[in-house]
Design a protein around this ligand. Structure first.
Ligand SMILES: [Zn+2]
Length: 538
């Protein structure tokens, strides 16, 4: 006689019945038809089993292999920006936040917005921010590479009419040299070092709220490419207090300036070890995946083989030297730390593949799945073939293309934007590839991601339809392929023995027509046996 299941979820529609039985966070039985469901009840249902009948169809929870959970958790704390439509709206929200914030302290916005969503299609200026919050330091964040400061914050960060230019960064200035507020990349470093650290409790509250939102969107597992040492601590506490509602695989964010400050990559990794951050730390819900390097920028600064469409004299910026990148990868591989490298443009991908090749040529062999290209937005057939030959995994994000399509078309031109994330070519070549979103830089909804991958529809129309994959392939990239990268015992499937990570959708994700699939959300999700019921999101 079996020990009864703790939980049985039964999903039915007018024509289908299916069920899953769960014990100790794992799937112990699966049934896919009426007779099977009856038999499953007979075998697994006991007095203490909770039975949840649901209208709908079972689906594995999505695995998002490039998702900034930690950044999204901080965004919850900032002035909300994702739905602003005008500069005035931004200023009103900053004014409102300043009214509840002690004078002289920082007012900081969320980063999940883009100036192209504004009627004005531009950033606010320092002068405008001064009017909204004359007695505060104001930081308007936008993505990871851009920010606007008010005059007080510029002065505090030492950015003045006479301060010099910064290597690897950009300070927007008026004709007379006065900074107008916008800073990019390296120019942000001085300001970032002055920001107040959010309290652990704030961070944990953010993690709790954000991970619940993820579950409601059908996402059960994230690989987070930019976690600071402090955030790792907050994640560990959130996990131990049962306030982390997804499985998170964290990567310690290790941009070139941090490595340089440590002396070398080996010194930098020694520093992490001294802080108690070891390879593969954690458990089934929260695990350290590895290290994140950054070799180029995003839409405005990715390293491109051909010049930018809107800046004919500019081909982007490489943020690591060939030797620096080669050595950083070498140190990670030889010390058992998986490593993901942000390489977005085609020249960034070249620089990355060259560095991997140099190590392989020197006999430094990495394990399968331990070297990953983050984004690889522009990869031609030769680069895909090289990635396969070098056993490099690629995590690609259709949502990033859709969310930022207007700026991508402006900066890279329509032709290049159409070739971003060539799913068809990646799959046909047999690349090791998985799907992610880059949330909160771009929208979270995995269903929208799947539809983008299969239709190549963007907010500017269909771009690059020939690079689309099929629905089944897109779902596979978003589940099983992610599990294969993250390993441990994840499978991305609803099978006996697998972790109990699944949801019930009102429609069949594999077969519903596009119109019925769009906007679909799960009504219930189960992660490691933990059940959350979700309101219908309108
Ligand atoms: Zn990212």
């Amino acid at each position: 006689m079996n020990v009864p299941a703790e939980l049985i979820v039964e999903a039915r529609t007018d024509t289908t019945r299916a069920a899953v039985a769960v014990r100790d966070g794992r799937i112990v039985a699966v049934a896919a038809d009426a007779a099977g469901v009856d038999a499953l009840h007979g075998t697994w249902c006991g007095d203490s089993t909770s039975v949840l009948p649901q209208h709908g169809v079972l689906a594995p929870l999505f695995i998002d292999t490039h998702n900034h959970l930690a950044l999204a958790s901080r965004n919850v704390l900032g002035v909300p920006m994702h739905d602003v439509r005008t500069i005035d709206e931004i200023l009103d929200r900053i004014r409102e936040r300043a009214a509840h914030t002690p004078a002289g302290s920082w007012v900081i916005t969320a980063a999940d917005w883009h100036e192209m969503q504004l009627q004005e299609r531009r950033f606010p200026t320092a002068v405008e921010l001064d009017e909204a919050a004359p007695d505060h330091l104001v930081l308007v964040q936008r993505g990871g590479h851009n920010a606007v400061l008010n005059s007080a914050a510029l002065a505090a960060a030492g950015v003045t009419a006479t301060s010099g230019d910064v290597a690897d960064g950009y300070v927007a200035r008026a004709d007379d040299g006065t900074p107008t507020g916008l800073l990019q990349d390296g120019a942000l470093t001085a300001m970032q070092s002055m920001l107040p650290e959010a309290s652990q409790e704030d961070l944990i509250n953010g993690i709790e709220a954000t991970s619940r939102t993820y579950r409601a969107a059908g996402v059960g597992v994230v690989r987070d490419p930019a976690v600071s040492v402090e955030e790792w601590g907050a994640l560990q506490r959130a996990r131990s207090e049962n306030r982390l509602h997804v499985r998170a695989f964290s990567m310690i964010f290790s941009p070139a300036p941090l490595i340089a400050a440590a002396g070398s990559m080996d010194d930098y990794l020694d520093g992490l070890e001294a802080k108690g951050i070891h390879p593969d730390d954690g458990d089934d819900l929260l695990r350290l995946w590895g290290i994140k390097l950054v070799v180029d920028g995003g839409v405005e600064a990715a390293a491109l083989r051909e010049p930018y469409a809107d800046r004919p004299d500019f081909t982007g910026t490489l943020l690591m030297t060939p030797d620096g990148l080669t050595d950083a990868l070498r140190a990670c591989v030889t010390r058992g730390r998986p490593v993901g490298t942000h390489a977005c443009g085609d020249a960034g991908v070249d620089a990355f593949l060259d560095a991997v090749q140099r190590n392989v040529d020197r006999g430094i062999q990495h394990e399968h799945g331990s070297i990953v290209v983050e984004h690889g937005a522009l990869m031609d057939a030769d680069q895909i073939a090289r990635a396969i030959a070098l056993d490099v995994h690629i995590t690609a994000q259709e949502a990033l293309r859709d969310g930022l399509i207007a700026p991508f078309v402006e900066a890279w031109g329509q032709e290049r934007a159409a070739t971003m994330f060539p799913w068809r070519e990646l799959l046909d070549a047999g690349a090791s590839v998985s799907a992610g979103t880059d949330h909160p830089i771009s929208p979270l909804d995995p269903i929208a991601g799947v539809l983008g991958m299969t239709t190549r529809r963007t907010r500017l129309g269909i771009l690059g339809a020939e690079h689309a994959c099929t629905r089944d392939e897109a779902l596979e990239l978003y589940t099983r392929a992610g599990a294969e990268l993250l390993r441990h015992d994840l499978t991305g499937t609803i099978t006996v023995g697998a972790p109990a990570d699944f949801s019930v959708y009102p429609v069949d994700l594999h077969h519903a027509p596009d119109e019925a699939l769009a906007g679909a959300h799960p009504t219930l999700s189960v992660l490691a046996g933990d059940v959350l019921h979700h309101q219908k999101v309108s």
